[in-house]
Design a protein around this ligand. Structure first.
Ligand code: DP6
Length: 373
């Protein structure tokens, strides 16, 4: 089966046949990369279980990863079982000693995964990010992908499911944790381009996540973030998605996404850098226009971001280097670039600090090694 419900039923069946037993103290491990969307997921249908309003396309950030270990812990008492949302799983983030309040949606996700075939299990989750919290990279994509990967390892799903079933199981559960996490599940290489497609059908599974083929020159693409504001964002992505549909621009953007995905898919195959740059930058602006015109409106393109963007575009264009920008639901500038842009980016960093009159940190997707930029 390639449908999550059927796969869960298959697992229940296996459990009933005694084919796999879960013991207290069983462990599972996984790690997953973060990703940056070039064509953004913005807006979702809340009544249809995390179904995005549009397809999206991302670049995998192999150097920014979450590493997660899950351990089964005790069985909970029958009286807690009666509660609808018992907070019984434990989460430790980046530290062995401090228990972190587990987000309700993570608790529900774990309950749903185990529901019907091992619902008496509680988990201890230990997760570590190799990137700082305030570096402009959201940890929910890598975090949820690593969590479902670790649970799959705990359940030894590789033994019980076919490759396609496992792919569906992982991408679907990751999606239910956090939309962008479904694009962090596929890990055939450190860098890849992933498409999360919305399929309009009446079947149970409405979305599909897959890897795109791309020209080998993209293997040299590099990525870094200029952190303009490290403070926690005022509006979370989850809240932002809810107000997307209130913007008069939302439907216009959504209607154009399929065409953008098709054009970018072709541009990635043929190494049409200009087109990838143009679509990415236009879509980031389009998403921010939706954010600004929604109710409540959210504006991340503040004065500093506008200044930083204008300076970047001016320096990039006058030097004709291969580099483009994108922005997520935060005020931090993501730059994707080739080696020939390094010198200009170093000069950009100096000028940007002068312009904003303060230190600006840069974080580089470091798996290629080397110094910052
Ligand atoms: C702006 O995946 O964080 O980064 O599904 O509510 O967890 P939830 O939202 P999330 O949204 C990401 C929004 C974005 C664009 C993108 O990554 O495509």
């Amino acid at each position: 089966p390639t449908n999550l419900k059927l796969i869960q039923e298959k697992l229940c069946q296996l459990k009933e046949e005694g084919k796999f037993e879960i013991q207290n103290g069983d462990e599972g491990y996984s790690s997953a990369p973060s990703n940056i969307a070039l064509i953004k997921y913005w807006g979702k249908n809340l009544s249809r279980k995390q179904i995005p309003d549009n397809s999206s396309l991302s670049y995998t950030l192999g150097g920014f990863r979450s590493f997660t270990k899950v351990t089964t812990q005790g069985r909970f008492l029958p009286e807690t079982y009666e509660k609808t949302i018992p907070i019984r799983n434990k989460l430790y983030l980046n530290s062995k000693d401090i228990e972190f309040p587990i987000p309700e949606k993570m608790d529900i996700l774990i309950q749903s995964i185990f529901y019907n075939f091992a619902d008496e299990i509680t988990l201890k989750i230990e997760s570590y990010n190799n990137f700082p919290t305030a570096c402009g990279i959201a940890s929910s994509a890598s975090g949820y992908a690593a969590l479902v990967g670790a649970i799959a390892d705990l359940l030894q799903l590789k033994k019980h499911l076919s490759a396609i079933e496992l792919h569906t199981w992982l991408t679907e559960w990751a999606r239910l944790g956090s939309g962008s996490a479904t694009r962090s599940v596929i890990q055939s290489s450190e860098d890849s381009f992933i498409k999360w497609e919305l399929e309009d059908s009446c079947k149970e599974s409405f979305t599909k996540t897959s890897e795109l083929t791309f020209h080998p020159k993209w293997k040299q693409l590099e990525h870094c973030v200029f952190v303009l504001n490290a403070n926690e964002k005022k509006t979370s992505s989850s809240d932002g998605h809810k107000s997307a549909s209130t913007s008069p621009l939302h439907n216009v953007r959504v209607a154009g996404v399929s065409k953008k995905i098709a054009m970018m898919t072709k541009a990635l195959k043929e190494f049409d850098f200009d087109l990838v740059q143009q679509i990415s930058e236009e879509d980031a602006f389009a998403m921010h226009a939706v954010m600004q015109t929604g109710n409540p409106s959210a504006c991340y393109l503040d004065e500093d971001v506008s200044k930083a963007l204008a300076l970047f575009i001016q320096m990039r264009d006058s030097n004709e280097v291969l580099a483009f920008w994108t922005l997520d639901a935060g005020p931090n500038l993501h730059i994707l670039y080739y080696k020939d842009a390094k010198q200009i980016l170093t000069e950009y960093h100096v000028k940007l600090q002068e312009l904003l009159d303060r230190d600006i940190k840069i974080f580089k997707n470091a798996y290629r090694g080397g110094l910052l930029i």
